[in-house]
Design a protein around this ligand. Structure first.
Ligand SMILES: NC(=O)C1=CN([C@@H]2O[C@H](COP(=O)(O)OP(=O)(O)OC[C@H]3O[C@@H](n4cnc5c(N)ncnc54)[C@H](O)[C@@H]3O)[C@@H](O)[C@H]2O)C=CC1
Ligand SMILES: O=C(O)C(=O)COP(=O)(O)O
Length: 452
């Protein structure tokens, strides 16, 4: 069954990539359309409702997208109005969720998931490539050879002209890694294998990442300390807007600590680097900037190499990220389990059983709400067999398994669901009938209106 599940998940990706060559920026998926046909969900492909690029609410062939149960996306910048009220979950096939309005989704009771580590190897490999692009004039050399080729002068000039493109080796040089998570820790480990000295900074270093670090790394207590004396600097941290966030974190104050010929590698997000300050640095010395993101100021700077956000664009990373995202969404729809969420608590009550009906509830994390939910269940004469409740910030999430003995499973639960959903502080609820139409049974409390 596990194998079948994986195949199901990957099918979501492959169905799309067969036509598109790469995983599309966004997909709507649904299991509801399977409800009226005799398909045991989990052993068949999920239906992909469409690609947002073609999604216009009025267009006939996209009619189903507004009733999607989940959204899978990559770097598509998602707007609130693109999320139909039927959507129960959003999964970012990748690491950074700065393209999703996460705070608003939390208010709407929608968990946002990502795929930690799934594309990290792909990014790390491009960071290693960036080290070489920053130390050898490979790109300039290739462009020059094209020019010479156009003029029919390549053979004649190559040996003389190569003096313009000299470089240095990375072995024995120092690399500072800012952010030692999935990408940063692997980068540090492999750079050490290439003979580099390592300095690092990460105030939130996890045990899992620490175990990957080379023992030779020197851990610093600030970004400024980590970059001082480094020949190469790789930033591998999330982009977080607003107060206490990471916007422009590589600014004048940090850049002032760079060696004159330091190479900055940015495979994290363009907005982390203050382009003005970086331009001053690039104009004044032999430093270089290798970035995976558009930069209106530095795109044609002679000391910058700008790539079109290629870090995660490998077949392996796309498959790994999309299958992890699809697995996460499927588990959430089928069992209510939450893992790899960036805004909801981790929570699981295991598989559903045939003798119980499962209710999941998203509510505000305020005193008394949980008691009101269990009271509503008891008031309809239902017995809770097991339950779990977890919270994160303003959000609380409960999963309750209810004995079906003596009840008409569908009709009776509709009434208890309405009672629960319309409680003050409750945002939405789901009823999961084991083995039947997972993803359905969704209800929302939209400012006091009952939406099913
Ligand atoms: N170029 C590309 O295609 C890709 C870019 N990325 C970017 O790389 C980032 C990192 O990805 P992963 O390593 O997978 O994430 P991760 O969550 O495993 O690691 C991020 C690390 O940064 C640390 N951190 C957070 N704020 C920091 C700060 N101010 N200073 C120092 N460390 C800080 C965290 O404690 C964590 O250990 C993503 O958020 C994303 O923006 C990720 C994947 C692909
Ligand atoms: O995972 C991330 O954070 C990335 O930046 C990868 O983005 P992509 O899937 O290539 O659009």
């Amino acid at each position: 069954m596990l194998g079948a599940n994986r195949a199901t998940s990957v099918a979501v990706v492959h169905a799309a990539s067969r036509t598109r060559a790469t995983l599309p920026a966004i997909q709507f998926i649904s299991v509801r359309t399977f409800a009226d046909v005799d398909i045991e969900h989990g052993r068949k492909e999920w239906k992909i409702l469409g690609d947002l690029k073609n999604y216009k609410p009025s267009r006939k062939n996209d009619e189903e997208a507004p009733s999607a149960h989940a959204i899978l996306l990559r770097s598509h910048k998602l707007k609130e109005e693109e999320v139909p009220p039927t959507v129960r979950a959003i999964a970012r096939c990748g690491a950074g969720t700065n393209n999703v309005p996460v705070a608003r989704m939390t208010e709407l009771g929608i968990p946002v998931f990502n795929t930690p580590g799934a594309n990290a190897n792909a990014v790390k490999e491009l960071v290693l490539c960036g080290l070489l692009l920053g130390s050898r004039r490979v790109v300039d050399g290739i462009n020059h050879m094209k020019d010479l080729g156009n003029q029919g002068l390549a053979r004649e000039r190559v040996e003389k002209d190569k003096a313009m493109f000299g470089g240095r080796e990375i072995k024995g040089k120092t690399l500072a890694v800012i952010g030692l998570g999935h990408i940063g820790s692997m980068t540090a480990r492999d750079a050490a294998e290439l003979g580099m000295n390592l300095q690092g900074y990460d105030p939130g270093l996890s045990v899992q990442s620490a175990l990957k670090l080379p023992t030779s790394i020197s851990l610093c207590d600030s970004i400024a300390a980590a970059v001082a004396g480094a020949d190469y600097i790789s930033i591998n941290i999330p982009y977080i807007k607003g107060e206490g966030g990471t916007h422009g974190i590589i600014g004048k104050d940090v850049i002032e600590n760079f060696k004159a010929d330091a190479v900055l590698l940015n495979f994290a997000r363009g907005e982390l680097v203050d382009s003005e300050a970086m331009k001053v640095f690039l104009d004044s010395g032999n430093g270089r900037y290798v970035s995976d993101f558009p930069d209106d100021l530095l795109w044609d700077h002679k000391n910058a190499v700008i790539l079109p956000h290629l870090g995660a664009s490998t077949e392996e990373a796309e498959d790994a990220a999309a299958s992890m995202a699809a697995d996460t969404i499927r588990d959430f729809l089928q069992t209510g389990a939450i893992r790899n969420s960036v805004n909801f608590p981790t929570c699981s009550l295991g598989e559903c059983s045939g003798s119980t009906v499962r209710i999941t509830v998203v509510n505000l994390n305020v005193p008394g709400c949980l008691a009101k939910i269990t009271d509503a269940v008891a008031s309809e004469n239902f017995n809770i067999v097991q339950q779990i409740n977890q919270s994160r910030g303003n959000i609380a999430y409960s999963v309750l398994d209810i004995d079906t003995e003596g009840h008409n499973a569908v009709a009776d639960f509709k009434s208890v669901q309405e009672k629960i959903t319309m409680l003050e502080g409750v945002l939405c609820s789901r009823i999961i009938y084991e083995g039947k139409t997972p993803g359905t049974g969704f209800a929302k409390n939209l400012e006091g209106e009952y939406f099913v």
